[in-house]
Design a protein around this ligand. Structure first.
Ligand code: HEC
Ligand code: HEC
Length: 457
């Protein structure tokens, strides 16, 4: 029987505490990996504990992900509000000050009269963020293209995102056979729990990167907070960590996925670089500012809704519980958690973020989350060649995919081209080569346990 576990603590605290102690006693700075023969993470009923004990543990040398400070609670998990917006009812749409009212705006289907297009990918946020609730992920992919001229990335005319749909056939965008040497598909991402991710202080990401061995070190990218001109924060959203703020992302998505302009993106996308003005019948910005919503009424509601989503629930059957625990220990041991960071802590309530435009609420502040990502960019050998953020090398890097919510998806990696978790792991090369080999060296039953752990996320 399967049950949704909403109390992560109950399941993990034992293992996490042991881990924290192990990490604290192990400060092997400078070595490729912090190896500690014989130190084992909590291993309830491990079938071959003897063998596992001899495997060196691989984890960051100095970064201790577990903070046992008092007052840091587990973030709520589930398919519901985290309390940032009260649940409310679907009908109290005024300013969408409740969760269900905001969900209705996130779900709203836009038409030409509302400003849809002229070029666009879909009619509502929900179309790509739905499984199993509004804000989740989906199998929808989007297409990007560009080329390299003298080693410099040049985006497809009018932007690397090729909109797949247009309100008039004459506006249809096409990949350019001559100049677009690089094309890439990107899978829709889940937004569940992202309010907590937004509330993680920048310093945490610098600390994680500093503690990673050089051969695996992630790239921290600084990106503009669009609603606070001149302010940058550590990017964490999108496959290239191209945004730090959920409001920035919402405004970007409203224009680039749906063709709806707002104060932060007042200009329509072109069609392959050509003006679409003749087809743009709604005055820009289509999502208008109001005094309480200076960046667009809908954009504010999308941001509020995103910030209100609880963390993805764990799915653990009573039968699999001990295998899942062992699988998690193996995940830590072979070094997956070097990049797929198991715990992050949000800033305290009241902290001003995004250049002072957003105050961390009580629902979001001082919470532990388990996204299994460092949100940094890594080259694991399958980067998509599109340059958006960071160093020139970042073209071939991708953000460490957060693994929470894996139970709700059946296609993996940025291109959605891996249909099993094992396949996704076997595609890890480059900075993850050594860790992947350690995964491959596990016995079959151990690999199965690790996959059960991943499936439980
Ligand atoms: C056509 C499909 C599509 C639509 C419509 C769409 N998105 Fe997305 N969304 C994506 C894809 C694909 C990504 C990953 C994009 C990337 O990184 O290149 C994404 C990523 C995101 C992220 C980042 C999540 C994370 O954890 O990194 C947020 C936030 C988001 N979308 C919000 C929205 C909002 C709000 C809307 C409605 C205004 C919207 N999206 C509409 C496909 C879509
Ligand atoms: C060097 C950093 C690094 C290490 C080590 C690493 N990963 Fe990853 N992982 C990534 C990156 C980056 C991605 C995203 C790649 C992409 O989509 O192109 C990823 C993606 C994944 C995905 C796909 C998730 C999704 O949303 O599609 C899974 C599953 C995964 N990793 C599991 C593992 C496991 C298990 C291990 C240990 C055996 C591991 N990873 C080790 C960086 C790492």
């Amino acid at each position: 029987m399967t049950n949704l576990i909403s109390d992560h603590n109950r399941f993990l605290r034992g293992a996490q505490v042991v881990l924290g102690v192990a990490a604290a006693t192990m400060m092997t700075v400078g070595a490729a990996f912090a190896s500690s023969p014989g130190r084992m993470v909590a291993q309830p009923q491990a079938p071959n504990a003897q063998q596992q004990k001899q495997r060196p543990v691989m984890r960051p040398a100095a970064f201790i992900p577990v903070q046992l400070a008092a007052g840091i609670a587990e973030a709520p998990m589930g398919l519901t509000s985290n309390g940032h917006l009260p649940l409310g009812s679907v009908d109290d749409a005024e300013g969408a000050s409740s969760f269900y009212a905001a969900m209705k705006v996130f779900d709203a289907v836009e038409n030409v009269a509302d400003g849809l297009g002229p070029v666009y990918n879909a009619q509502s946020c929900r179309e790509c963020h739905q499984a199993p609730m509004s804000g989740g992920a989906s199998q929808m992919t989007v297409l990007r293209a560009g080329g390299y001229v003298d080693g410099q990335f040049v985006a497809h005319a009018g932007g690397s995102l090729i909109q797949d749909r247009a309100i008039d056939p004459s506006l249809q965008e096409f990949v350019d056979a001559h100049s677009d040497d690089v094309t890439a598909q990107r899978l829709s991402l889940s937004i569940l729990g992202d309010g907590f991710v937004e509330a993680v202080p920048d310093q945490t990401f610098f600390d994680i990167a500093a503690a990673q061995p050089e051969s695996m070190r992630g790239e921290v990218v600084m990106v503009d907070v669009l609603e606070a001109p001149g302010v940058q924060r550590v990017g964490r959203f999108g496959w290239k960590s191209q945004h730090a703020s959920l409001l920035s992302f919402a405004a970007d998505a409203y224009l680039n996925e749906m063709g709806i302009t707002s104060p932060l993106f007042p200009q329509e996308n072109s069609s392959d670089g050509n003006s679409v003005a003749a087809f743009d019948s709604v005055a820009d910005p289509e999502d208008e500012a109001q005094s309480a919503s200076p960046f667009g009424i809908d954009v504010h509601i999308f941001a509020d809704y995103s910030r209100s989503l609880a963390a993805p629930p764990r799915i653990i059957s009573a039968l699999s519980r001990s295998d899942v625990n062992t699988g998690q220990a193996l995940f830590e041991q072979v070094g997956c958690a070097m990049c797929h960071t198991s715990e992050l802590v949000t800033a305290p309530a009241g902290t001003l973020l995004n250049g002072g435009t957003f105050t961390v609420s009580h629902a979001l502040g001082d919470k532990r989350i388990h996204p299994y990502s460092d949100y940094l960019l890594h080259d694991i050998g399958i980067g998509d060649g599109i340059h958006q953020t960071g160093s020139p090398e970042a073209r071939n890097k991708m953000r460490t995919a957060p693994l929470w919510g894996l139970s709700m998806r059946n296609r993996y990696m940025h291109d959605g081209q891996s249909y099993t978790l094992e396949e996704a792991i076997r595609r890890h090369a480059g900075q993850a080569e050594q860790v992947r080999r350690r995964f491959e060296d596990l016995s079959r039953p151990e690999r199965r346990q690790m996959l059960l752990f991943l499936r439980s996320l």
